[in-house]
Design a protein around this ligand. Sequence first.
Ligand code: FUL
Length: 496
Amino acid sequence: MFKPIIFGMLTAVAFSVTAQDATTLTLKAQELPNPDNEPAPVHPVPTERQVLWNETEFYAFFHYGMNTFTNKEWGYGNEPETQYAPLGRPNPRQWLEAVKAAGMTGGIAVVKHHDGFCLWPTETTSHSIKNCGNANGQVNIPEEFANAARDLNMKYGFYVSPWDRNSAYYGDGTDRYTRDVFLRQCAELAEYGTDQFEMWFDGANGGDGYYGGANEHRSIDAQTYYDIPNLRDSVHTVMPNCIMWGVGGEARWIGNEAGWAGETCWSYGTGTSGDENAWLWFPGESDAKATNSGWFWHAGQSMLSLDQLWQFYLETVGRNATLILNIPPNNYGLIPDSDVQRLKDFGERLQARLGTDLAKNATVTASETRSRGGNRAYDASNVIDGDKNTYWATSDGVIDATLTFMFPEVTNVHYISMMEFIRKGQRVKEFTIETTTDGETWTPISYKKTTTIGYKRIVPLNGSTTVYGNGYDIKGIRIHITDSKECPLLHTVSIY
Ligand code: FUL
């Protein structure tokens, strides 16, 4: 028996079909008009998992492992397992709690760095916690990390280095390393949870190493050696919402490790600004260190100031990139108290500066609005309704438009944040922000030309990502979009 499928969404033509009608259905669907008057997508567009990934926005990187105990950044691969000797019981839950207080939504734990030492009892190599010979070291880091993240309602993922300076098989001229070590390690990690949001595959590959005692230089071709298409298919089969960073090709390195993205930042192309004409969705992630030393913990290191971290945030999350901020656990397997405090302070700052959305008090109007379709309206008020699936849109071809917010009374404002409905592509190419103190005269803020918006753009009204200042007492603020690939679609605007 075939169950009829009802297409209740289609207001123009509602009908029921059986599976036998599939061919007819396809033809009929093609003949349908656009009942909701939806704007056509501007390509490239993201996959669903890339949209979900973007929504993670701000998350932690935890570099912890053999290097934490050898004071190195890149272990050679010959470190005895017993050198991994935490002074206390490592506590991944404490790591995640600390970054949650900073406003982060998740984290990625390094569970194998280039030295090849695995922080879980893998079957693929003896170079793991299994053989470290001390009780603290036996803690299965990815397992505890995943469980804690789930418990804290946070996203999680793992960094498993493709380059392995310990393995005898790495770059030995066969596919043995990729098949029996690397791919299997990824599969083992999936056993700790298929709800991972990102796998981090670093680009560093080949070079000198221990390689099972060979102590030589080995080089590989990263494009082919790791069998990425196969890995990607397997990962997506078991973890449909997991994006593969780096060599995986689903999110890009922003081009620096200094915590900034370009003011113009396309979610396609490469580097700090992307490329307006590229054809593959490849959104930017900025990996930056929150400390003044390496990626791994080193005695005597300290955390950057609140102001420096704030600048990172505005210049990454505020510029259409995500921020993965590195917070290294120490040789006790914990985030040091002083860092925990700094993270908490950061969370408070985030809340104080971007916690109360003043747009909700404003009346919002647009210079032009797309006419509604059956089940969808495109009103300006959609940008303040708290629903990321509704958006303001103009008619096809209207690429110069304003969106105006008037406050009931003079209001002190520092930032405006805008989000495009990226499911239909990134569109805005240029805009200005204008304010009014009397409700009549509009003045552009003294900021350099503003270009892209993308997933999220936060514009400081004083033009500064470092100085908070006193804000501006204004009666109204408007976004004037002056160029866009097609009709602009904004789903949320927030004012702080
Ligand atoms: C780099 C690695 O080589 C560093 O050690 C670190 O893990 C960083 C995040 O990525 O490419």
